[in-house]
Design a protein around this ligand. Structure first.
Ligand SMILES: NC(=O)c1ccc[n+]([C@@H]2O[C@H](COP(=O)([O-])OP(=O)(O)OC[C@H]3O[C@@H](n4cnc5c(N)ncnc54)[C@H](O)[C@@H]3O)[C@@H](O)[C@H]2O)c1
Length: 270
């Protein structure tokens, strides 16, 4: 049997529970969708999870359902004082932080003339400043555990442009830029910073699309090499990898999990 050296696992060992044994992991926006799936997967792999969300009822329900490996802390990622309080509580209860998943996100769309300046600021505030603040405020908690892993949930929209979604796309490109810059800046502190770029994933955020925009999403998905929407759990598996020591040589990386959506332009089969 192989010893569990990072990068030396067999397939069956890599799939076994305990990949995140006793890691302390905070997931933002974990009251639904991808964040909820990350929290559940982390706990299943042995982590102590801090489920956080601006919607207290939703986040608390997820934490309670996970059970003893989870607690809930209310956290609006746009509020620096809430970050301070959350990090202080986590440090006091668990001695620091090993993993931070910056997942909380929001969107706007419909074209540049239909978006208001307030929409634009709100999306940048949650999707960009929320990520920046989280990493900044969590630094002492990472230091207390000798380093850590930051996982930023960007999007395929953080790598390619999308007509009608300029603000959301700009926010997700910014997350890609924060990831790469902070990977460089924080490497010496033993903090790895990576981003995940989900494609079209079946979550409440996507379900909000109705009528023509939902029809457009379905058509786009049908043209992918893997012609279906992704499941939140499929993003959570990528997050488990980045949270675990299996990714010990990854930092500044952008992992696309999109059913092949942005692999290249679609052509009708010959
Ligand atoms: N679903 C997709 O197809 C898709 C694709 C690419 C990227 N993403 C990204 O994945 C992340 C999660 O999206 P989802 O699809 O699971 O959406 P979702 O709407 O199901 O979940 C988002 C969660 O974030 C929380 N949230 C919103 N604003 C917050 C704030 N200010 N502070 C704390 N929590 C806040 C919400 O309450 C919600 O629980 C987002 O960053 C999103 O941009 C989603």
């Amino acid at each position: 049997m192989l010893h569990a050296q990072p990068g030396n696992e067999t397939m069956s060992e890599a799939a076994a529970p305990g990949r995140l044994q006793d890691k302390i992991a905070l997931v933002t926006g974990a009251g639904s969708g991808i964040g909820e799936a990350c929290a559940r997967a982390f706990a299943a792999h042995g982590a102590q999870v801090i489920v956080s969300d601006v919607r207290a009822e939703a986040g608390l329900a997820v934490a309670q359902d996970i059970g003893e490996r989870a607690i809930f802390i209310a956290l609006d990622v746009c509020d620096p004082e809430a970050w301070d309080a959350a990090v202080a509580e986590i440090t006091q209860r668990f001695g620091g932080l090993d993993v931070l998943v910056n997942n909380a996100g929001t969107g706007t769309g419909g074209g540049i003339e239909r978006e208001t300046l307030a929409d634009h600021h709100r999306v940048l505030d949650v999707n960009v400043t929320g990520v920046w603040s989280g990493i900044r405020q969590a630094l002492p908690a990472f230091a207390a555990r000798g380093g850590g892993s930051v996982i930023n949930i960007s999007s395929i929209d953080g790598l390619v442009g999308v007509e009608g979604l300029s603000t959301y796309v700009a926010s997700k490109f910014a997350v890609t830029g924060l990831t790469r810059s902070l990977a460089l800046e924080l490497g010496a502190r033993n903090i790895r910073v990576n981003s995940i770029h989900p494609g079209i994933i079946e979550t409440p955020m996507v379900a909000k699309n109705t009528g023509k925009s939902m029809e457009r999403l379905r058509k786009a998905v049908a043209r992918q090499p893997i012609p279906r929407m992704g499941r939140p759990e499929e993003i959570a598996q990528a997050a488990v990898f980045f949270a675990s020591d299996e990714s010990s040589y990854c930092t500044g990386a952008s992992l696309v999990v999109d059913g092949g959506h942005i692999a290249g332009p679609y052509r009708d089969p010959m």
